[in-house]
Design a protein around this ligand. Structure first.
Ligand code: SAM
Ligand code: ASE
Length: 348
């Protein structure tokens, strides 16, 4: 602490305390369509025009836009006393729906579901369980009955989760050479985004997406395959804890193990080992904690999120190794190409 200002360190605490407001500025601007409007407009717009086109109040729109400028989400230029707003590069790339790298569905999911659940962090810590009952009045046994509590929620979850792979997906799927695996099964593969990427990166493979019936049905309606993908990517509906798994050379488990307790992960991995052909492997994609569990911060926050939103947690590399070895997989190696997620390969 500096002697000239005894409360200089309080600034850090204050910024932390108000962090949720900055998140809400981002979420509200995405939700209202600020970035889509400014992306589509052929020129920078003033606050009154933005308000008219979005159907919002000028009183609320002006401070929202100005705060977005300070957060580097928007740019502003002043022309004869009128402030004119346009998207920053960050917003054009990641927040405008028209961008192929858009991440706004995940932010809308965080705003609509994750945020209300996080209002109950203290209770989650006290009780050691997720908070769907308090946040939404729905039970979470089975877990995905809460996550998929309506068709709208199911679709928001699928859209939110799939778009991250447009950023990290290629690096994760090429961290290990997957070309030797002819038949790949993406267990809990959701919309099929990772499977489709896998099929495009490895032109000889066939990928089966295995997920529960509601998800497979929604994938067929809202994430249709292109004609040329149809003989490379197929969907199979089932429960990976109960139903027979497809035979495959490689099983992908992306953001699946983190939903479940050690006991359920061991059960699932034992089933995967059984279904895996000799010489095959399992590829686990997760955000991995440092061995002492004290970083990276994003992964620690994700782990608290798994407490609040699932039955699981984020794990360390030794914990994933122990789970994979316990199920029979031998050489287990881990690569961290880029971003939040890592690839862990265990071979049979
Ligand atoms: N792998 C995708 C990704 O990383 O984007 C989706 C991950 S999501 C967190 C977990 C997935 O597991 C969901 O698609 C969910 O429907 C699926 N899932 C949950 N329980 C399942 C079960 N019993 N059988 C099959 N799939 C299940
Ligand atoms: C799950 C993944 C997520 C269950 C609930 C979830 C994500 C958000 N909510 O398996 C994606 C990962 N991001 C975070 C913040 O955990």
């Amino acid at each position: 602490m500096s002697s000239s200002d005894p409360d200089a360190d309080f600034g850090v605490l204050s910024e932390l305390a108000h962090g949720f407001m900055a998140s809400q500025v981002l979420f509200a601007a995405c939700d209202l369509g600020v970035f889509d409007l400014l992306e589509e407009a052929s020129q920078p717009l003033d606050a009154a025009t933005v308000a008219t086109r979005l159907g919002t109040s000028t009183r609320g729109t002006r401070p929202l836009l100005d705060t977005c400028v300070t957060l580097n989400l928007l740019r502003v230029q002043t022309l004869s006393d009128t402030a004119l707003y346009s998207n920053s590069e960050l917003a054009s790339t990641y927040l405008a729906r028209a961008s192929p790298r858009c991440q706004c569905h995940m932010f809308l999911y965080l705003a609509g579901t994750t945020y209300p659940c996080w209002a109950h962090l203290a209770e989650a810590v006290r009780e050691g369980r997720n908070q769907y009952q308090r946040a939404f009045g729905v039970g979470s046994d089975p877990l995905f009955a809460a996550i998929y509590r309506s068709e709208g929620e199911l679709l928001r979850f699928m859209k939110g989760l799939q778009e991250g792979w447009t950023l990290d997906g290629p690096a994760l799927l090429t961290a290990f050479d997957l070309a030797p695996f002819a038949h790949i099964c993406d267990l809990g593969g959701g919309s099929g985004a990772l499977a489709r990427l896998c099929a495009s990166l490895y032109p000889a493979c066939h990928v089966t997406v295995f997920d529960i019936p509601e998800v497979v049905q929604m994938a067929g309606t809202h994430f249709p395959l292109q004609e040329e993908e149809k003989d490379r990517v197929t969907f199979q509906a089932g429960d990976f804890f109960l139903d027979p798994l497809p035979e495959a050379d490689l099983f992908i488990l992306a953001r699946v193990l983190h939903d479940w307790s050690d006991q359920k992960c061991s059960k699932l991995l034992a089933r995967v080992f059984q279904a895996c052909r000799a010489g095959g492997a399992v590829l686990v994609v997760e955000s991995v904690l440092d061995p002492d569990g004290r970083g990276p911060l994003t992964t620690q926050l994700y782990s608290l999120n798994m407490l609040i939103q699932s039955e699981g947690l984020e794990r360390t590399a030794p914990q994933y190794r122990a789970l994979l070895r316990g199920a029979g997989f031998d050489t287990v190696s881990l690569r961290h190409p880029t971003g939040t997620y890592q690839a862990i390969l265990g071979s049979k």
